[in-house]
Design a protein around this ligand. Structure first.
Ligand SMILES: [Zn+2]
Length: 362
């Protein structure tokens, strides 16, 4: 190689070296130096639901923490990290976290080295759902059976439902089917919305908020006080036609009355037309307001015969049974709502007792 070529190669190498030096540096890896449980701790130790203050270097870009979960700690649980200062983040420990090492992650995808974290050995309830004797919409009511999930639940003896202030109204809930990660629990009679906690012999799980639905109002049947709305051969269908029956994404808010298309429909009670129109699910429908309840009639064959504001006499013709909107087969979908009425603060209740009373009175 000539001197000239050698010098040219040396220059190129220098340029390459300079470029390499100018390339963006590897994003900084967070380094955890200190972990402190700052709230919802168990004897100063972290547990599911605790808030941690994690300090160290390179915290500016941290947005997430990953904790070990499951009986063997091999399931990844994600917790959100919020900036506390340039050198610390606050992290909520996921409910099902177990002892092991956790890491912090940055938005650039850089992960810290693992940091050991001991989790207090208390039972922890993470989530629950109603599986039997539920209120409409799988809401929880007294008497409901709940499937409860969490960690270290195998030694739980019972659950306490705190109904208010003091201990006089605390109730003990029976539990069954216990495993490490789950048990079943029967909501005691008289339970209202409030905290509950699973209990071992001496230890107690952190209390969680249990929402209990108010009892659905069921109006007493008033024999002879209303007209049966379907003026012809009809029946009340199967379980799916009932009030509270499951539907995709919601529950059935009325009672279906199966009858041939064209069967005359009349007002069950006197009132005023609150709405009359068409909607994609209800089809042609009409809402009649009476002082004590609203009556809703859906899937009419044609637009209702009365307009909004019209005064309706009991037994007045409203239209005919049809299958407009989301209806499978000809039927009246009938709803009753408590005062002050339909989507203005009232609640739907089971119309079947009244329908039956009106039916036998004919
Ligand atoms: Zn219906």
């Amino acid at each position: 190689m000539s001197k000239r070529i050698a010098r040219a190669v040396a220059v190129i190498c220098a340029v390459v070296a300079a470029l390499a030096g100018a390339a963006p540096a590897q994003a900084a890896q967070p380094r955890i130096s200190h972990v402190e449980c700052i709230s919802a701790c168990s004897g100063g130790q972290a547990r599911g639901g605790s808030l941690l203050l994690v300090s160290g270097q390179g915290m500016g870009n941290v947005f997430r923490a990953i904790f070990p979960g499951g009986p063997q700690g091999i399931r990844n649980l994600r917790g959100r990290a919020a900036q506390a200062s340039g050198s610390a983040v606050r992290v909520r420990v996921p409910w099902e976290t177990v002892s092991g090492t956790f890491v912090l992650g940055t938005r650039d995808g850089v992960v810290s080295e693992g940091k050991a974290l001991a989790i207090a050995p208390v039972p922890v309830v993470s989530k629950w759902s109603c599986v039997a004797s539920c209120a409409p919409g799988r809401a929880i009511r007294p008497g409901s059976l709940l499937a409860v999930r969490g960690v270290r639940l195998q030694a739980v003896r019972n659950a306490i439902v705190y109904n208010g202030k003091g201990s006089a109204d605390d109730k003990r809930a029976r539990i069954s089917s216990q495993r490490y990660g789950s048990f079943r629990m029967r909501v005691p009679p008289g339970t209202v919305t409030g905290d509950f906690a699973a209990r071992e012999y001496r230890r107690k799980a952190p209390p969680r908020r249990l929402s209990v639905a108010a009892a659905v109002p069921v109006a007493a049947p008033v024999p002879g006080a209303g007209n049966f709305p379907v003026q012809g051969v009809h029946n009340f269908g199967q379980a799916g036609a009932r009030f509270g029956a499951g539907r995709a994404g919601h529950t059935h808010q009325g009672q279906d009355v199966l009858a041939a298309c064209g069967t005359p429909l009349v007002a069950a009670k006197a009132g005023t037309v609150r709405f009359a129109g068409y909607q994609s699910a209800a089809g042609n429908y009409i809402v009649v307001t009476a002082p004590d309840q609203d009556q809703v009639y859906m899937h009419l064959q044609s637009p209702a015969r009365l307009k909004e504001g019209a005064v309706v006499a009991q037994g007045a013709r409203l239209g005919e049974v049809g299958e407009t909107g989301h209806a499978q087969g000809c039927h009246l979908h009938f709803e009753l709502w408590s005062a002050p009425g339909w989507y203005v603060g009232g609640k739907p209740f089971d119309p079947l007792p009244q329908l039956r009373a009106w039916d036998t009175s004919r």
